[in-house]
Design a protein around this ligand. Structure first.
Ligand code: NOJ
Length: 733
């Protein structure tokens, strides 16, 4: 396995080199020469300035920029505005070093796409790359060079509000999505006028806070870290991500912003990451709040020692670093290394040559027609059909009357979702608008809000019941407000907020068939709906084209193809719940002393990988290329998938494995491959996957990555809870 590790490190180095402008190492060394030249002319204060980032541009900040005491600003947007501020750096500072403008471009800049958890549910990396490229184009045209995305934190606890920003619970899927998003933002040359640099965040394990409470501590084994939480970062680094953000949390007692194990050893030494690292918002200063640093001076020393190159908002580097160098506490070469990494990003972006952007380009690209069309496409492909009894959906074209009900039906703001950059409610096509546009002229569409999203207001129930009673079908749109998701938005409950479930119950009582559309940033626990409502569509927070995309799906103009990337719990008491669990010595059974709840099944309400289609797909012919392989060998796994339904549709074919007996017990299933295929009715396709050391290996008790001899089960399936099964043997040496 040693050899393999060395080989993968080599790959990373090669990929990083090829992500530099022009993919030529000669250019890289030309940049290094320019950096050397600049460094030789910079004062200590100017060097420190490159490592300082602030938000909230003001006259005071302008003065600091003029003196070379700020290297980067966040939340500066708009071509004219950013040019005005950049001009200060270029024309009024001693060395004319451009500013780096960063922004949270999380799911679009002005064209707002579905939240990342939703687009991950498309299981379509190309789609994800496409939308991030659009986000990059709009952002760069507005003067933004750097997004604080993708968030690649694995999240297995839906109480944690930031689950919306990631790809869900699985490290394999998370890694594929991380790389796809980095490629989308950065392309092959970040100096292009339509590209920005990516920032993998939050390094690391921020998605596993105790109790699901944001910013809370994390305690986990090195194995969990390496097998579950680190892989998406590693994949993002291999894809060429130019920057990484540290996190707020403690990891095993050590703050991630000063963690020399995860940063210096794993990220820098093992993976060879030579991009720059930014702290999270004041997370250098918070080393003091954590009780890890005695004061700001100590915090600055600890953070720089962990190669945190830029201090976001804290002002700690600004206040402390120069003196720490002057008094020889920090060697100047450590400071220089950090400055070098920040300057390299500015050179890679071409900011020294092209510091300004053209307002005409900005006007031309913002909300461009093809961007808006991509938002609709992404929203359609992100929705997950959880249940569809009696083929209630799709609606028939000549449905007589539709009651549109619910507090999220006539709502633009919340469909944007948290972290919507420059998104505006007025850009959003609401559900009611989308349905009205799509419904036939002969269809009557009525609307009743019914209730608010949060709060106990039942005043609208009677009207909702009335419109439902007079309709052929009721589409009830419920879920979460955007502000109930995202940062600092953890919840202890996972039920539909407020009285929304009661609203659905009241509508259901009328006997009119109900389609529940859930717009949320996390899985909600909806057992009552699962039992009583015939059709449930998980639409997430779908972005500016949410209403149109929903209408596309409701009428079958688009056949749903999303699959869950997080398990849906039956109740909050089950969390954290994830498919890739370990087996206990006492698996659930009828006998008393087994691992179970007295008041709930162990299983989720809807499993990872689940998602229905208006078509049906039949799996057959599972074939393995070998019964037995060597530990360093590979085998291929193929299966044939047939569209046995009446409409064309896409299916996500999933590959899972289990190492049945191992020196460290392996999870019951692990995703190791997937592919999304499109099939016409009656069409069949053979899908092929390869399994080899990187899929079959794990960390043994000595934390060596090994493939152990023994039997492996393998499944090819449409969800984590079903599938064709076979097995093969890895033979001993
Ligand atoms: C704090 C958040 O944790 C981080 O994700 C974000 O990028 C920064 N604030 C900047 O807005």
């Amino acid at each position: 396995m040693r050899l393999c590790r060395a080989a993968s490190r080599l790959t990373i180095v090669l990929l990083l080199a090829s992500s530099l402008p022009g993919a030529a190492s000669s250019q890289a060394s030309a940049i290094d020469q320019r950096i050397d030249d600049l460094l030789s002319r910079m004062t200590l204060d100017e060097k420190v300035g490159q490592l300082v980032q602030y938000s909230d541009f003001s006259d005071d900040r302008a003065a600091a920029v003029r003196e070379g005491r700020i290297g980067s600003l966040l939340n500066v947007t708009g071509a004219e505005n950013s040019n005005r501020i950049q001009r200060i750096a270029i024309e009024e500072t001693r060395l004319g070093i451009p500013l780096l403008f960063g922004l949270d471009v999380i799911h679009g800049y002005r064209t707002i796409f579905p939240i990342p958890l939703a687009t991950a549910s498309s299981w379509d990396p190309e789609l994800v790359t496409t939308i991030e490229a659009i986000a990059a184009r709009e952002a760069r045209a507005s003067g933004v060079h750097w997004t604080f995305a993708p968030m690649v934190d694995i999240a297995r606890d839906p109480r944690w509000g930031r689950m919306i920003e990631g790809a869900g619970e699985d490290p394999y899927l998370g890694s594929v999505m991380a790389a796809a998003r980095v490629r989308g933002f950065q392309g092959s040359d970040v100096a292009s006028p339509d590209r920005i640099i990516a920032c993998l965040k939050h390094y690391v394990a921020y998605g596993a806070p105790v109790g699901g409470r944001d910013y809370n501590s994390v305690d986990m084994s090195e194995r969990s870290l390496r097998e579950i939480y680190l892989p998406p970062f590693k994949a993002g680094v291999a894809a060429g991500a130019a920057s990484i953000m540290s996190a707020f949390n403690l990891l095993n007692g050590v703050p991630t912003t000063a963690n020399t194990f995860t940063i210096n050893r794993v990220l820098r030494d093992e993976w060879g990451f030579d991009g720059f690292i930014v702290s999270d918002w004041n997370s250098v200063g918070e080393l003091v709040d954590h009780g890890y640093a005695a004061d700001g001076r100590h915090a600055a020393r600890l953070a720089l020692n962990a190669t945190i190159d830029m201090d976001m908002m804290g002002g700690i580097y600004a206040g402390q670093l120069a003196d720490l160098v002057r008094t020889n506490v920090i060697p100047e070469r450590s400071l220089d290394e950090s400055v070098r990494r920040v300057l390299r990003a500015k050179f890679m972006l071409g900011l020294f040559e092209n510091p300004y952007v053209d307002p005409a380009t900005e006007a031309a690209v913002i909300l461009r027609d093809d961007h808006v069309a991509a938002a609709r496409d992404a929203a359609r492909k992100s929705m997950v059909l959880l249940k569809n009894d009696g083929a209630l959906l799709p609606l028939s074209g000549d449905v007589g009357s539709i009651a549109v009900i619910g507090p999220l039906a006539d709502n633009g703001q919340d469909l944007l979702g948290a972290w919507h950059a420059l998104g505006r409610a007025e850009d959003v096509v609401t559900v009611l608008e989308g349905i009205r546009r799509r419904a036939a002229q002969t269809t009557t569409v009525t609307f009743a809000r019914g209730s608010t999203v949060v709060g106990p207001d039942r005043d609208g129930f009677a009207e909702a019941v009335e419109v439902a009673r007079n309709a052929d079908v009721a589409i009830v749109v419920v879920g979460e407000r955007e502000g109930e998701t995202g940062e600092a938005a953890s919840r202890v409950g996972l039920a539909l907020p407020g009285v929304q479930q009661e609203l659905i119950e009241a509508v259901h009582e009328t006997g009119t068939p109900v389609v529940a559309v859930i717009m949320s940033g996390r899985p909600l626990a909806i057992p009552w709906l699962a039992e009583h409502v015939p059709a449930i569509l998980q639409a997430w927070h779908p972005g500016i084209q949410g209403g149109n995309a929903l209408a596309d799906v409701l009428w079958g103009d688009a056949n749903p193809s999303g699959k869950l990337t997080v398990s849906f719990p039956r109740s909050v008491g089950q969390v954290p719940i994830y498919y890739s669990r370990d087996v206990t010595g006492r698996p659930r059974s009828e006998s008393k002393f087994t691992s179970k709840y007295l008041d709930s099944p162990n299983t989720p309400l809807y499993p990872f990988g689940h998602g229905l289609s208006y078509s049906t797909f039949e799996y057959g012919d599972l074939v393995l290329s070998a019964d037995t392989i060597a530990p360093d060998g590979t085998l291929s796994v193929s299966a044939t998938v047939t569209n046995t339904g009446r409409v064309a549709g896409a299916e996500v074919v999933q590959l899972y494995i289990r190492d049945l007996v191992a020196s460290v017990v392996r999870p019951v299933k692990e995703l190791k491959g997937f592919t999304k295929i499109f099939l016409e009715p009656g069409q069949r396709q053979t899908v092929r996957f390869t399994l080899g050391p990187s899929e079959l290996g794990f960390y043994n008790q000595d934390m060596q990555r090994v493939v152990e001899p023994g039997t492996f089960a393998v499944w090819v399936s449409s969800s984590s809870d079903a599938g064709l099964e076979s097995s093969f043997v890895v033979k001993g040496n």
